[in-house]
Design a protein around this ligand. Structure first.
Ligand SMILES: Cc1ncc(COP(=O)(O)O)c(C=O)c1O
Length: 387
């Protein structure tokens, strides 16, 4: 242990992964935000053809120029110099933070939220400052709360739209207010838009097409195009800073895998592919909503406007006195009904222990079957008397 840096020694396994690993061969798995589709074989075939045409090796550290041009067009940016291609969007978050924050800097992160934000900030020696996602605002951020949390040490605000775990899509008004606030206070603004093509109702706010000196957009094709296994993401940011991100990318990964980049190139040549799976998720989302009335009245299902996540508020079944948490309840659900969900505590130790997250990425029939099993489990489960 003495040879391990304290920041590595402090790392904890992801609760999402742990839940997912506990499933048996027949478990109905509603844990991972992982599409059940495989990537389109036709696109893969075309990408492979291009791959064999060569050259087959490393690409530029920033990614293939043609791909960066396509990404810049997709985000209405003028120059491919604003883009760095990464190994999944998670690496894009890591890369950006590694080039922006100093040890001790504070980063405002949404919580309950995507757990990697906290992990990455802390791993880089920063201080994660969670900002609440408020039920009264559809689990979107409250900009007044953000303003109050900022200090002289705040360096960056992380924004996630649509969000994990709530699928919330912040309004244009709150996004604009947050951008103005970040600019006025001298904070960088990182917009994680990995679910940008999965919005079922309402509209996702567009960021200004020319990125100001401190705005970064992170996204990728994992979720909308079922490319999780290809690990293809990117970050768009101010041209003055991007050359440094390219150098850092070189240190971390050299470049994203060429074949994955060629896949992305093929997909972006036919942008309608980005939303091709959306009707499938919309159907799964509807299947969940159709089963909401099966749940006992003490449980509340909330289905956000985007991403492929829903939550079930299980507070009535929890008990501090008896040690019943969202995690222990989820383990009981797994044992009794063979269905795996993610306990809310995975998205925020202090803020998330009141709900389960269900991923409906697995499709309509899994979503419907999962809800039936959940409803049966909760209906038979006694509500602890001390609550
Ligand atoms: C909000 C958010 N950002 C980023 C990612 C990472 O996606 P990937 O690295 O597969 O592109 C995820 C994955 O679950 C996510 O939920």
């Amino acid at each position: 242990m003495e040879f391990i840096h304290s920041r590595a020694a402090d790392l904890k396994p992801s609760i999402i992964r742990q839940m997912s690993q506990r499933r048996g061969p027949d478990t109905l798995d509603l844990t991972l935000g992982q599409p059940s589709h495989t990537p389109d074989p036709e696109v893969l075939e075309r990408a492979l053809q291009r791959y064999w045409e060569g050259p087959p090796g490393y690409t530029e550290n920033a990614g293939l120029l043609g791909l960066r041009e396509a990404i810049a067009r997709h985000h209405e940016l003028q120059s491919p110099q604003s883009v760095v291609v990464t190994v999944g969007s998670e690496q894009a978050v890591y890369l950006t933070l590694s080039c922006v924050i100093e040890p001790g800097d504070e980063v405002l992160i949404p919580e309950p939220g995507y757990p990697a934000y906290r992990g990455i900030v802390q791993f880089l020696g920063g201080v994660a400052v969670p900002y609440p996602l408020v039920e009264t605002e559809g689990f979107g951020p409250n900009v007044d709360a953000l303003e109050a949390l900022g200090t002289a040490k705040t360096r960056m605000l992380i924004w996630n739209a649509p969000s994990n775990p709530f699928g919330a899509v912040p309004t244009t008004a709150s996004t604009e207010r947050a951008l103005i606030l970040a600019e006025a206070r001298g904070w960088s603004f990182l917009s994680d838009e990995i679910y940008r093509d999965l919005v079922y109702s309402g509209e996702r706010a567009q960021l200004p097409s020319e990125l100001s000196s401190a705005i970064f957009i992170v996204s990728g094709l994992s979720k909308s195009c079922a490319l999780t296994g290809f690990r293809l993401g990117y970050v768009c940011g101010p041209q003055a800073v991007m050359p440094k991100l390219v150098l850092a990318n070189q240190l971390m990964v050299t470049c994203a895998p060429r074949l994955s980049q060629l896949m992305a190139l093929e997909i972006l040549a036919e942008p309608e592919r980005l939303t091709a799976h959306k009707p499938f998720y919309a159907e799964a989302r509807q299947a969940l909503m159709d089963r909401a009335s099966d749940l006992p009245p003490q449980a509340t299902l909330r289905v956000g406007d985007g991403a492929f996540y829903a939550t079930v508020d299980v507070r009535p079944w929890l008990s501090k006195k008896r040690g019943i948490t969202t995690l222990s309840l989820a383990l009981d659900l797994l044992a009794e009904e063979d269905v795996a969900v993610v306990p809310g505590v995975a998205f925020g130790i202090d803020t998330g222990d009141w709900f389960w997250r269900l991923s409906y990425a697995a499709g309509p029939s899994s979503a419907a079957e999962g809800m039936s099993r959940l409803a049966r489990f909760l209906s038979h489960r006694k509500i602890p008397a001390d609550i």
